[in-house]
Design a protein around this ligand. Structure first.
Ligand SMILES: [Zn+2]
Length: 288
């Protein structure tokens, strides 16, 4: 456990992509670098993994309650990172709530400690260790020690995909509403264990089959409604100024680009199944 934590911290500090997160945090006045670079690492080594009893740990944990309420922290996830869907399930909102008559916003989502704060108090404030998630996922993960996808490093969108079981889908369309046909699959065997754990804790397939089968039905209808001539007709309404990406969003009622997956819940399901049904073709990345 100890070595894994150290690798985790060093990995984060040296990873250029994640460094960006620190820079963004600094830009809004949060000095997170101190928490996750050498200083913390040395502290971790010095403490010989006895995190829980070290007075520094206690101070950090005490501070966490105030910290998660800071406007800067809220804005960091909600506005700067533009994350509006739970990073574990992509099924529910993780949004900011704006108070009436005030510019102060409240957290409409929860922050999960990827590594539990009781076990790793030094990482309680690390942006790397805080994952904006829905209440359901936060509750489900609570005391689990199973290793799940780490959303800042494991690109769940690229590693996994939603699929349809055609035989079951036909039975569902013929009136058997209780049949489940949405499947969540893995593209890369390297992540086999994390995938299994993620599914076990968050019950992704059950979650989607219990709540979102109607969305697939809608997509099947859209496949018929938005034929080429209909799309051309809409695109030619020049006063609407619709570009290709906006057209896809209008058709599907959701974002469809890889980079936009966390901007709205269920984007991944809609994107994957729309590609599967050829309502959209795989779109090349473009500007947000
Ligand atoms: Zn969730």
């Amino acid at each position: 456990m100890c070595c894994w934590t150290e690798t985790f911290v060093v990995g984060q500090a040296t990873n250029n992509g994640k460094k960006e997160i620190i820079l963004k945090a600094n830009a809004i006045g949060l000095d997170f670098e101190k928490l996750v670079t050498n200083k913390s690492l040395l502290e971790l080594k010095k403490m010989n993994c006895d995190f829980g009893t070290n007075p520094i740990s206690k101070n950090i944990l005490n501070y966490y309650t105030n910290y998660r309420g800071l406007t800067a922290v809220r804005n960091f996830y909600g506005k700067d990172l533009k994350i509006k869907a739970c990073l574990y399930c992509n099924a529910q909102f993780s949004a900011l709530l704006k108070n009436k008559n005030s510019s102060v916003s409240k957290l409409g989502f929860q922050l999960d400690h990827y590594l539990a704060k009781d076990d790793y108090p030094l990482l309680a404030l690390s942006l790397y260790n805080l994952i904006p998630v829905c209440g359901n996922c936060n509750q489900r993960k609570l005391n689990s020690k199973l290793e799940i996808f780490y959303p800042y490093e494991d690109d769940i969108n690229k590693i996994t995909f939603f699929d349809l079981n055609e035989e079951k889908l036909i039975k569902y369309l013929l009136g058997n509403n209780s049949i489940d046909f949405i499947e969540w699959k893995l593209k890369n065997d390297t992540y086999k264990e994390k995938f299994k754990n993620h599914q076990k804790i968050f019950k992704i397939e059950q979650l989607y089959n219990a709540n979102f089968k109607d969305i697939i039905k809608e997509l099947l209808n859209k496949q018929i409604i938005y034929n080429d001539s209909r799309v051309d007709e809409l695109s030619n309404l020049s006063f609407l100024n619709i570009d290709e990406n906006m057209m896809e969003r209008i058709k599907l009622g959701n974002y469809t680009l890889d980079e936009d997956i966390n901007k709205r819940p269920l984007s991944k399901l809609v994107k994957d199944i729309s590609e599967r049904l050829s309502i959209i073709t795989k779109i090349a990345p473009s500007k947000a």
